[in-house]
Design a protein around this ligand. Structure first.
Ligand code: FAD
Length: 287
């Protein structure tokens, strides 16, 4: 099912994310985590594609399993910066053959060791290529409430986002953020520029101390004082910190829904217990 159709059918939706294993040995563990998260009944699940500029050979099969075995609509990610046009076209066709109707079109991070492929510079070019293979595929794009880490002026980032939406994005999912006022300001700015596709806030439950540094390094997202204090208070008790992190995320989500946001994506990171914690608190509101 297309994500745009799900949005038409349901007033409030909740989706979860899983990432594929780096090696084949890791496949069974990811498969199990994905199945457990699927059993919680999210409106859809996303499956990421590589990381740090890498590609992924397992995204398609995990996404297809979620759809075929567990009947959860899927959003399969695809990055382009480390691929040539042939490989990208093959991936789009693989997704199509597996009945995947939603693709998250991403540039991917520039690899630390430098680029080896030069067919793509930006996600917009990938969106045009997906549309050329099948104009009917539902396409998502990434957006950055605090600005993309490479872009020094947010107005330029928003101008590029507009071009990305005009290329054919049906919806946008945000980078993680920990203070909702950041999102509200961003929504106001993009609306002012005429970007009117649904924006799905991406919520990352922070459930251990290391995750804070990792999240900042990856995304450049600001950690509010309130979160720093929470992590400091519970850092010696992992169980308490996990529960506090889930509640922090739920608090963010309740505030978003109360303020008129309809669709929420949770970076559940292959952790069924965290997805279950979110559902335990919010299931009655989402269903
Ligand atoms: P783009 O939209 O191409 O933007 C990248 C930068 O280029 C921005 O600074 C933008 O302003 C600038 N730009 C865009 N167009 C132009 C132009 N025409 N001229 C000049 N500058 C331009 N990474 C993975 O490897 N796998 C994943 O599965 C994955 N999933 C993600 C999901 C979400 C929701 C988010 C927010 C990020 C995800 N990422 C993933 C990370 C993402 O690949 C990186 O953030 C990457 O650096 C940018 O990807 P993008 O698609 O946003 O790029």
């Amino acid at each position: 099912m297309k994500i745009t159709e799900i949005f038409k059918e349901k007033e409030v939706t909740l989706s979860f994310e899983v990432f594929p294993p780096k090696t084949d040995n890791g496949y069974p563990a990811v498969e199990k985590a994905a199945a457990e998260i699927a059993a919680l009944g999210p409106d859809f699940m996303s499956v990421t594609y590589g990381a740090g500029g890498g590609t992924s050979k397992n995204t398609a099969s995990i996404a297809a399993d979620l759809q075929d075995k567990y009947h959860v609509p899927v959003l399969a990610h695809l990055t382009c910066v480390s691929s040539d046009k042939d490989h990208v076209r093959k991936m789009i066709n693989t997704y199509k053959e597996k009945g995947i109707e939603n693709i998250m079109a991403l540039r991917g991070d520039i690899p630390k060791e430098g680029r080896t492929h030069f067919d793509y510079n930006h996600a917009t070019e990938l969106i045009y290529d997906i549309k050329s293979v099948d104009p009917d595929i539902c396409i998502g794009g990434a957006c950055y409430p605090e600005g993309h880490i490479e872009c020094t002026r947010q107005s330029e980032d928003i101008q590029h986002l507009k071009e990305k939406v005009e290329a054919g994005c049906d919806f946008l999912t945000t980078q993680m953020f920990f203070d909702n006022s950041t999102l509200y300001q961003f929504l106001y700015r993009i609306k002012d520029k005429g970007i009117d596709v649904p924006v799905i806030p991406g919520i990352m439950p922070i459930t251990n101390e290391k995750q804070v540094a990792r999240s900042v390094a990856l995304s450049g997202s600001t950690i509010p004082q309130k979160m720093k204090i929470m992590v400091d208070r519970f850092q010696d008790n992992p169980e308490k910190l996990k529960e506090a992190g889930i509640i922090y995320a739920c608090d963010q989500i309740i505030d978003l829904i109360s303020n008129g946001v309809s669709h929420i994506h949770v970076y559940s990171m292959n952790k069924p217990d965290i997805a279950a914690g979110i559902m335990r608190n919010l299931g009655a509101i989402i269903k």
